[in-house]
Each structure stands twice: as structure tokens, then as C-alpha cells.
Design a protein around this ligand. Structure first.
Ligand SMILES: [Zn+2]
Length: 135
């Protein structure tokens, strides 16, 4: 499994921010230090090439060292239909969001989406990113 660590930093003053790497300029909060909405991603990749594409990452809150967000995007084989699909899970511990999206790999069309409060989600048991299933 590839191991990718992505941290979001302010594009202007390089302050580390606890923000989704996929946030758009419209949804960004201005930087607390300088007010800029420019961002850069710092990506550390310890990559092993695998047969099927997948990306996994996490970010930590700078001050506390606690996890801020975690995400997994990978291809997943659905035995039921015999198709490969994109499977995305995003956990935002700062804003309390658990989101799961399944897409058709060819068309990118959204087939399933589940978005709930992380607290509600953890109410059902321990929240854990899905591991890679044996095939
Ligand atoms: Zn800044």
C-alpha cells in the first residue's frame, strides 16, 4: 500500500493548516496568520508501486499532534457486478465529518455517497479506515 502524507500549508507564509487537501479556493478559510487563501500541498510519498492505483494519507494538527484528517482513495472490485470502482473515504476529525463516496471507475459517476457526523459514525463502533481486502 502506498503511503502518502499530505499536509496543507499556507501558500504565502507557509503556516501549516488543518484543511482538506481537496478544498477549493471558495471553501477555504483565509489563513489565520496572513489572511491568504493561497495554499500549497506538501506531499511526502513513500511509494511502492502496486497493481491498482490507490492513495492514502493523513494530516496532523500541528499544535497537538492529533490526527486532523485521513483519507483513502482506491480501486475496489465489486464481486456483485464484476466491476472496478473508485472508493473514497474521508475522515475530518477537526470538522467532525465522515464521508464515503463510491464512483464508477470509467465514468466517474457517483454511485453511492454517505456523509455523516463522525461522532454519529463512531457511535456504531470504532472508526477505522478500511484496509485492503484480500482478493
Ligand atoms: Zn498565511
Amino acid at each position: 500500500m502506498e503511503d502518502v502524507a499530505i499536509s496543507v500549508v499556507c501558500g504565502q507564509c507557509r503556516t501549516a493548516l488543518t484543511e482538506n487537501p481537496d478544498a477549493t479556493p471558495e471553501t477555504r478559510e483565509p489563513c489565520a496568520q496572513c489572511g491568504s487563501t493561497a495554499r500549497s500541498l506538501e506531499v511526502a510519498v513513500g511509494a511502492k508501486v502496486s497493481t491498482h492505483a490507490g492513495i492514502k494519507g493523513k494530516g496532523r494538527q500541528l499544535q497537538t499532534g492529533r490526527p486532523a484528517f485521513e483519507f483513502v482513495t482506491r480501486e475496489d472490485y465489486w464481486r456483485k457486478t464484476g466491476e472496478w470502482r473508485w472508493y473514497e473515504v474521508f475522515i475530518d476529525r477537526v470538522r467532525n465529518i465522515y464521508r464515503k463516496v463510491v464512483r464508477d471507475r470509467k465514468t466517474g459517476q457517483e454511485l453511492y455517497r454517505c456523509e455523516e457526523s463522525l461522532r454519529e459514525h463512531t457511535g456504531h463502533g470504532r472508526t477505522k479506515l478500511p484496509g485492503r481486502r484480500k482478493k
